[in-house]
Design a protein around this ligand. Structure first.
Ligand SMILES: *Cc1c(COP(=O)(O)O)cnc(C)c1O
Length: 370
């Protein structure tokens, strides 16, 4: 049994993928070929945003966002601690300081009250509060209304890390269209994944779009051999864009299938464990289906039972970032990050993908609930 069954999706799309790949080979424009712009246009339309600029991966997308927003030395960038390392990693890479914020115990997303305390702490430390990067963890959008209000009060830029949540809806808006800049990743296991690395940035701001376009190609000016700023080499391969065009065509359908899988898990497991909480007015794209057990011992028992039955489970994430060797010296909410610490001991994710058939899922539920 697969945790994420990419082979089932490939089987469904194989003829289209073969044709798309053959077309790129025929055309021979491997870097910034016509499929890249085509895909960017389709993706921008999908989430209702003016500009989409693809790049080499989701981590670069975040770094490009900070570069375009002019964030650097002396700036504080607020990030949740309960996330993948890339969200925090790019702050020091541009010379800024990540400041860790706790998450909410029900949605696992950034806690606005903790963000306020972290902003005060950053000021005390002599940093300039510059940007906040909420994460749409496991496919569910962060609480953007509350976070946007805090951004306005404190003159902070908002970068939405939607590597796991691209296409989730939030009170009539879709992730990708929220924030000064939003980002996503096309790593194969993400809800919208390619066959290698890929990423994208999104913005409604023409000036930011021009900067993102420049930074992804060595800070190019009006011509690629005229360099206006120090940039990166971060482009989406034409082959990956061609593959993503085929995958985007079935993405809405796949999100519906994921929703059905989530509902079946909810029905079978909510008596036994804390199942995912989706606030009113929101949908998840279900990058993960994550249970909260009563304690670590119960999680260990669940994982052992699953393993014995050949069912893969994964802990996202076993250690919050503020406790990691690479990040433990950076500032944080002075009240502590007890929710992130607690979740790392109790969460466990079950197999989740659009091609999980009912029979297999019934078996997972039976074993996990037993
Ligand atoms: C996967 C991920 C990233 C980074 O994406 P890559 O394409 O692997 O660089 C960033 N943030 C979060 C929350 C992620 O899950």
């Amino acid at each position: 049994m697969q945790f994420i069954d990419l082979a089932a999706q490939q089987a469904r799309l194989r003829p289209q993928l073969d044709r798309a790949i053959a077309r790129v080979l025929d055309e021979g424009q491997y870097v910034m070929g016509p499929d890249v712009a085509r895909f960017e246009k389709q993706l921008a339309e999908f989430c209702g945003v003016k500009h989409c600029l693809s790049c080499a991966n989701g981590t670069d997308a975040l770094q490009l966002a900070l570069m375009a927003l002019g964030i650097g030395v002396g700036d504080a960038v607020f990030v949740p601690s309960f996330t993948f390392a890339a969200t925090a990693e790019i702050a020091p890479l541009v010379g800024a300081t990540p400041v860790f914020v706790d998450v909410l115990p029900d949605t696992f997303n950034m806690d606005p009250a903790s963000l306020k305390r972290a902003i005060a702490q950053a000021k005390d430390d002599g940093l300039r509060p510059a940007a906040v990067i909420p994460v749409d963890l496991f496919g569910l959008a962060a609480d953007y209304d509350a976070i946007e209000a805090i951004c306005r009060e404190n003159n902070l830029k908002l970068v939405g890390d939607s590597a796991q949540g691209f296409g989730a809806s939030y009170h009539g808006r879709i992730t990708g269209s929220i924030g000064d800049i939003a980002t996503t990743s096309f790593f194969p296991a993400k809800p919208l994944g390619c066959y290698g690395d890929g990423g994208a940035t999104f913005t409604n701001d023409d000036e930011l779009a021009a900067l993102l376009d420049s930074y992804r190609v060595h800070g190019k000016g009006h011509h690629k051999y005229f360099n206006d700023r120090v940039g990166l080499n971060s482009r989406l391969d034409t082959l990956q864009a061609a593959i993503l065009i085929e995958k985007l065509a079935v993405y809405a359908d796949e999100l519906e299938a994921r929703q059905k899988v989530a509902e079946r898990y909810d029905a079978g497991l909510s008596n036994r464990y804390e199942t995912p909480y989706i606030p009113q007015g929101q949908t998840s794209v279900w990058a993960q289906y994550t249970l909260k057990t009563a304690n670590k011992a119960e999680r260990d028992a669940l994982m052992e039972k699953a393993k014995a039955a050949g069912i893969p489970t994964v802990i996202y994430y076993p250690m919050p970032l503020h406790q990691q060797k690479a990040y433990k010296e950076f500032p944080r909410d002075p009240k502590g990050l007890s929710v992130s610490e607690d979740l790392s001991q109790r969460v466990v994710s079950l197999p989740m993908h659009p091609y999980l058939d009912r029979e297999t899922q019934d078996r997972i539920i039976e074993v996990v609930a037993g």
